[in-house]
Write a protein that binds this ligand. Structure first.
Ligand code: TUI
Length: 308
């Protein structure tokens, strides 16, 4: 089985999560320049905006980077063609089954790595040609599945023959070593990159992450098809009340993305949706992307073994 670093032509076996409104050219290029695989997010953006971000990223790095396509996005179909036209080498997907796009992406020579929340979907995407899977546990921030990273990763490792990349709850070298011990060949990180210098979010968002306690996240919309993990605040309470009252899912999705923008751009502490994973409580300082990735891998026993 190919090593993730060989598959993706990167130094460290780490992918940065494709966080909507957050994973812009600044963050993506910083992670790629630091030796990981930076990703541009696409949730909430149309074709024109994603194309702009791709052009800006290409100007900031000559290292590989990828695009994440959030499959619930109304622009997913458009973006599925854009990545081919722009010669993007790696596509990750989230929030759905990318089956309908697989054939054309594979024909275009794209390395496709879907995020999966279950063994069943991991097996299905392997059958349709996925090169690897990102197995995301419920510890993650944003839209999540039911199972924990600790339980899901080894089950998927046993069920598929493609490399497994673990996500959800990983923010330092101990998380990396735990993921590798479970059989993963790489990790994806999101929350820890929110607290990186190059991450273009409001300071209130970064401060909320580094000030978070272990119990600070909550899952909104558990009764909808799109549960989302956020830091607790007034907005999270409003969302939970509305979804309990049975408000339509599309309305809740609009509310989610709208309030995410309020968090990211305005730092609106009451009205924003501060998506973050359970590992936020471990993150105490803001560092450059390079310092975060060096710390994760140079201290990792498994990475040292891999290199020796
Ligand atoms: O996608 C994410 N995290 C996200 S997307 C997002 S934006 C958003 N906007 C409005 C409502 C909800 C979200 C914020 N955070 N992570 C990857 C992920 N994918 N987590 C869970 C899944 C998933 C869930 C079901 C992947 C596939 C899936 O398949 C169901 C099926 O079709 O079989």
């Amino acid at each position: 089985m190919k090593d993730i670093t060989e598959l993706l032509h990167i130094k460290y076996p780490v992918i940065q999560g494709g966080m909507a409104n957050i994973a812009t050219h600044q963050l993506c290029a910083a992670v790629s320049n630091a030796g990981g695989l930076g990703l541009l997010a696409s949730g909430g953006w149309d074709r024109t905006r994603v194309k702009e971000e791709i052009i800006k990223t290409k100007a900031l790095t000559d290292k590989p980077f990828g695009v994440n396509i959030m499959l619930m996005s109304p622009h997913a179909e458009d973006l599925s063609d854009l990545v081919i036209e722009e010669g993007i080498k790696v596509v990750t997907t989230g929030a759905g089954n990318p089956g309908i796009y697989m054939e054309k992406w594979k024909k275009a020579g794209i390395t496709v790595i879907p995020v999966v929340p279950s063994v069943a979907l991991a097996k299905r995407v392997e059958r349709t040609g996925a090169d690897a899977v990102i197995v995301e546990g419920t510890e993650a921030g944003g839209h999540i599945g039911e199972l924990t990273t600790f339980t899901l990763v080894p089950q998927v490792v046993d069920a598929v023959d493609i490399p497994v990349i673990a996500a959800g709850g990983i923010a330092d070298y101990r998380g990396v070593d735990a993921a590798f011990a479970l059989g993963a060949k790489g990790v994806q990180v999101g929350t820890v990159m929110l607290a990186c210098v190059e991450c273009p979010i409001h300071d209130n968002y970064k401060n909320k992450i580094i000030g978070a306690r272990d119990t600070e996240t909550i899952v909104t919309g558990r009764e909808t098809k799109a549960p989302v993990r956020v830091l607790k605040n007034k907005m999270a309470k409003t969302y939970i009340d509305l979804s309990r009252k049975g408000v339509e899912l599309v309305e809740l999705e609009k509310l989610t993305l709208g309030s995410l923008s309020k968090a990211v751009f305005d730092g609106d502490l009451d009205g924003g949706s501060f998506m973050a994973g359970q590992i936020a409580g471990l993150i105490k300082e803001v560092h450059p992307a390079q310092v975060i990735l060096d710390g994760m891998f140079l201290n990792s026993r498994y990475y040292k073994e891999l290199r020796s």
